[in-house]
Design a protein around this ligand. Structure first.
Ligand SMILES: [Zn+2]
Length: 333
């Protein structure tokens, strides 16, 4: 697995994460969190094509209670509380309320007791290069992503179906890389962890028309469609996601395609049979000009693009043929 150095040792703080089924901590601030989330709530966008099939998502009977302990020196307690509050809002929004993140701050206890239900970050599975030092919310989003089983995200641009022309260890639309402050996890991560709402992810099917809402803005909405998902027939590992994203920050040089209102449809792919083993890849932007997606043969026809939504009609390139040479595989760690 590729390692990314994740140390932002500004505060000498550690995060302790405990998952439990206990009742909620009476001192948590879920009421305040709900108020904040409501302020930015988006009206659900209704699909016009009734034939759309949605990807099944788990709907737990009750949210998973997770305890996040943010530890640091006494002088840093107010900053740690800010970090904890930011993490609570972020995870509750990302999980669509399927996770309650209860935050406590405490004195720094490096090397403190480790029990099966009380682990500190340096022991997180599959992330041996990480140290239990978290300095700001940006890094905390990344490390918390690992705690929720996410692997790293990258960029991978294809020349042909089986040859890569450009790679980097960044994804402008996901915190799980080396520039980690992002407003949302990418679609593959939300898919694998099951955090999408029941009408937020649909199967890509030629002939269907979809209305995608922006995935990575700062509003709260767990109903409107956010991503179109495609498993390339005849492959074991080629899975793609098409999501509508805002590029307001013009991060990493990515520009909105001509004619798009500072937005684009972003292509993601993931490898590995399990989320624990899967790396995710940003594979370019789609604009108004229809082009064949080299990895899947799908053509996305975009219309009525606004800063909030875009209409996507999907067809299949009849000339496209599957090639499997050099298919990248992920080790099942
Ligand atoms: Zn990492």
């Amino acid at each position: 697995m590729r390692r990314i150095h994740c140390v932002h040792a500004l505060l000498s703080a550690t995060l302790l994460l405990t998952v439990s089924c206990s009742s909620k901590d009476p001192s948590d601030l879920s009421g305040a969190a709900s108020d904040e989330l409501m302020r930015g709530k988006r009206k659900a966008v209704v699909q016009t094509d009734a034939r759309i099939r949605y990807v099944p998502m788990p709907e737990p009977a009750a949210p998973l209670d997770v305890l996040l302990t943010v530890e640091g020196e006494t002088w840093a307690q107010p900053i740690l509380r800010d970090i904890g509050g930011d993490m609570r809002r972020f995870i509750e929004k990302m999980s669509r309320g399927k996770v309650n993140l209860n935050v406590a701050t405490g004195e720094f206890q490096s090397g403190g007791p480790v029990t099966p239900t009380n682990k500190i970050l340096r022991f997180i599975p599959g992330a041996g290069s990480h140290v239990p030092i978290i300095g700001n919310s940006a890094t905390a989003r990344h490390e918390l992503g690992h705690e929720f089983s996410f692997n790293h995200s990258h960029t991978r641009l294809w020349d042909t179906q089986t040859t890569i022309k450009q790679e980097s260890n960044r994804d402008p639309f996901d915190p799980m890389n080396n520039s980690p402050l992002k407003p949302s996890f990418n679609a593959p991560h939300l898919h694998y962890v099951g955090w999408f709402g029941s009408t937020e992810e649909a199967y890509a099917e030629p002939g269907r028309e979809y209305i995608l809402s922006v995935l990575n803005d700062d509003r709260s909405d767990s109903e409107s469609l956010k991503s179109i998902y495609y498993e390339v027939p005849g492959t074991q590992v080629r899975r793609l996601w098409f999501s509508y994203v805002t590029l307001r920050d013009r991060e990493n040089g990515w520009q909105a395609p001509d004619g798009m209102p500072e937005t684009a449809v972003v292509v993601h792919e993931a490898s590995g049979a399990r989320v624990q083993a899967g790396q995710t890849y940003m594979e370019g932007l789609v604009g108004l000009e229809p082009k064949t997606n080299v990895r899947s043969g799908l053509i996305l026809h975009l219309s009525e693009a606004t800063p909030d939504t875009v209409k996507v009609r999907i067809t299949m390139d009849p000339r496209w043929r599957l090639e499997l040479d050099n298919e990248p595989e992920e080790p099942n760690e």
